[in-house]
Design a protein around this ligand. Structure first.
Ligand code: 0RA
Length: 652
């Protein structure tokens, strides 16, 4: 049955409005869930889970079970009160049906005032319904099981009683519509796990379980993890810093309602130089910060400064101490719940409500003020770290200004190693950051000189995760990247915002060998971008090239292969019926083994190559992964690599 017919077959007068609503969602899905790519696909799950989180926050549920089923359907179960199933007088329909089919109806029947969660778009489960080929809602409530099923949002029958139960709760099972999610309908376990882990930290006490039922493990069971935190943000901060060396025995923590705003925050100092402040409003990650972050900074600076002055700790300090100095080596998570959040900024992830600033400021002041009074030894350690940061910052400022001066010169100010392209429109231009001079040479010969620039990088670049800021600006390879790409760093006052107005390329492609060293170098460069040029990743300018692993050849015929499965298939194809021994497999150990033409055909040619775009799905996950990969601890890094090596093989 076509979608059109399906919608019409259930048409009756009182359905008109409902259908118009859901049709609108199917016509312009991006307006409701952001996009119809990988992100939007996963957003469906978050939307359903958010409803269960709301039920838990209202105090009626404590367990949420999420399963990825065979065929990439999703099942979400909670142990809440169950969505009411009785007939709503005004609409003459079951409340369950209304919740599942009317846009924004989710909260209508709920008098709980603390209902503040809800995805970025906060559109409700009816959107998920509209974008699913099949959805089933099952409610266990007052001893009975109730059920209704839908196809692309259209109920297939009235809500019916299907049995008895001694459980309570709601189960929603849905299958995303492949005609909407045309790019992919395949769920990524790690993406869902990252979000559920985050939700567990943000909503302490709730148990969230994720199970992947698409594939059985060797012992016949399914891979499953449970995320559950009693310590909340305190444990979140400890998790983020689990591969860093903490300065305080425990994170500083506060939870309370300030000026009517529920505020929860935790922070810790570590011996690195990076600032990692993550913020959330109603469980939504506010990448762009906002008034809650402004309040956090203000409270932190004021309280530390007042304490240091009072104790005479700054007596002999000559240079100026800036706000940045108070945040070096700081890891923090700030979470507020706001009844009517105003989201601003480019990606609508910046909190605008001015009243929240004071609430967070007061919360930090209280928690930190008490902490400093009660822990004078730790207090001194923090202040000493701040003074050290101020000293280093003077050196960094000088180094940064040097990079800056160069990067605005243009033309002759470009690095000598850069083979630039002739076109000057950044939108058309690409720069390849290439591992090693030899591969750089091949790339220079093989490229399209009009639009492709090549910057060879010397071996391992500096690990920015472990270096002081001024070292970073003094490093030649990093200086070359800044000047070639054409970005400059803002002042500490504007939070070192990147200036992208002189950006010279809209594609910045990392190209390294397809081996362990190569992926290490890719990670080093990505870490550098993530810490110092994050705006480039957020704008979607950063890519990773994928050179082939094999060339399979028989006589004059040959094929390139990117994984073992392709290689085996190519061998079969080329072998044909006859002689087997004439098929030759070349394993590329590095880019240098390809000649210019081969490199163009496989990796550079925009018409045929595959580029992977670097994205930030969750800043907190990224932060944790990078500090772990680049840090001192070996065990977690080995675990991560083994786990992802396994995934890489599955992908192949
Ligand atoms: C409104 C009222 C009541 C429950 C819910 C909503 C509810 C919604 C969802 C969505 C997923 N799981 C859910 N669990 C509960 C119940 C009101 C009452 O029983 O008095």
């Amino acid at each position: 049955m076509s979608e059109e017919q399906d919608l019409k077959s259930n048409y009756s007068a009182d359905n008109i409005q409902v259908l118009e609503g859901l049709e609108a969602v199917r016509k312009r899905p991006s307006m409701y869930i952001g996009d119809t790519g990988v992100k939007g696909l996963h957003h469906l799950v978050y939307e359903v889970v958010d409803n269960s989180i709301d039920e838990a926050l209202a105090g009626h549920a404590d367990t949420i079970d999420v399963r990825i089923l065979e065929g990439n359907s999703i099942r979400v179960e909670d142990n809440g009160r169950g969505i009411p199933t009785g007939i709503n007088k005004k609409e003459n329909k079951s409340a369950l049906e209304i919740v599942m089919t009317v846009l924004h109806a989710g909260g209508k029947f709920d008098k709980d005032t603390y209902k503040v969660s809800g995805g970025l778009h906060g559109v409700g489960v009816s959107c998920v319904n509209a974008l699913s080929t099949d959805l089933k809602a099952e409610v266990h409530r007052e001893g009975k099981i109730w059920m209704q099923e839908y196809k692309i949002g259209v109920p297939q029958y009235d809500v019916k009683e299907v049995g008895d139960t001694d459980k309570r709760g709601t189960i929603v099972t849905f299958t995303p519509d492949p005609t909407i999610f045309t790019q992919t309908t395949e769920y990524k376990y790690d993406t869902l796990a990252g979000r559920l882990r985050e939700l567990a930290f943000l909503n302490k006490g709730i148990k969230l379980t994720l199970t992947d039922e698409r594939e059985k493990l060797d012992d016949g069971s399914y891979f499953s993890e449970t995320f559950h935190s009693e310590g909340g943000l305190k444990e979140f901060v400890a998790f983020l810093d689990d591969t860093r060396t903490s300065i305080l025995a425990e994170p500083i923590y506060i939870e309370g309602i300030k000026n009517g705003v529920p505020v929860e925050l935790a922070f810790q100092y570590n011996d690195s130089y990076a600032e990692n402040v993550h913020s959330y409003v109603n469980n939504i990650n506010t990448h762009e910060g906002g008034t809650h972050i402004a309040g956090f900074r203000r409270g932190l600076t004021r309280t530390l400064k007042t304490y240091a002055d009072k104790e005479g700790l700054l007596k002999n300090v000559k240079m100026e101490i800036t706000g940045d100095d108070f945040r070096e080596g700081l890891t923090a998570v700030v979470s507020v719940k706001v009844q009517e959040p105003q989201f601003e900024g480019q990606t609508k992830t910046k909190l605008g409500n001015s009243e929240v600033m004071g609430s967070v400021d007061v919360a930090v002041g209280e928690a930190l003020g008490n902490y400093l009074e009660e822990n004078p030894k730790e207090a001194k350690m923090i202040i000493n770290k701040v003074i050290l940061a101020a000293t280093a910052r003077a050196a960094a400022r000088k180094a940064r200004e040097m990079v800056q001066r160069k990067s605005v010169m243009g033309g002759s100010g470009l690095p000598g190693k850069l083979a630039d392209c002739s076109d000057s429109d950044p939108e058309r231009c690409e720069i390849f950051l290439v591992e090693g001079d030899s591969a750089g040479g091949t790339a220079k010969q093989g490229r399209d000189r009009n639009i492709q620039a090549i910057l060879p990088l010397k071996g391992k670049i500096l690990n920015v995760e472990k270096a002081m800021e001024h070292k970073i600006y003094e490093n030649d390879e990093i200086k070359n990247m800044f000047t070639a790409i054409g970005v400059s760093i803002g002042t500490p006052e504007d939070n070192k915002a990147l200036n992208l107005t002189k950006l010279r390329y809209h594609k910045i492609v990392i190209m390294t060998d397809a081996d362990i060293d190569g992926s290490h170098i890719t990670t080093l460069i990505l870490t550098f971008f993530y810490r110092y040029m994050r705006a480039l990743i957020e704008a979607g300018y950063v890519y990773i090239a994928s050179p082939p692993l094999y060339q399979v050849k028989k006589g004059k015929e040959f094929e390139y292969c990117w994984n073992d499965a392709q290689r085996d298939a190519a061998v079969q194809r080329l072998k044909g019926a006859g002689k087997e021994d004439s098929v030759h497999i070349q394993r590329y150990k590095g880019l240098g083994e390809m000649n210019a033409e081969q490199l163009w055909d496989t990796t550079l040619n925009p018409a045929t190559r595959t580029l992977m775009q670097a994205t930030i799905e969750s800043a907190a996950e990224c932060d944790h992964t990078f500090s772990m990969l680049m840090g001192d601890e070996v065990a977690p890094r080995r675990d991560f690599i083994e786990r992802n090596a396994k995934y890489a093989k599955i992908d192949a």
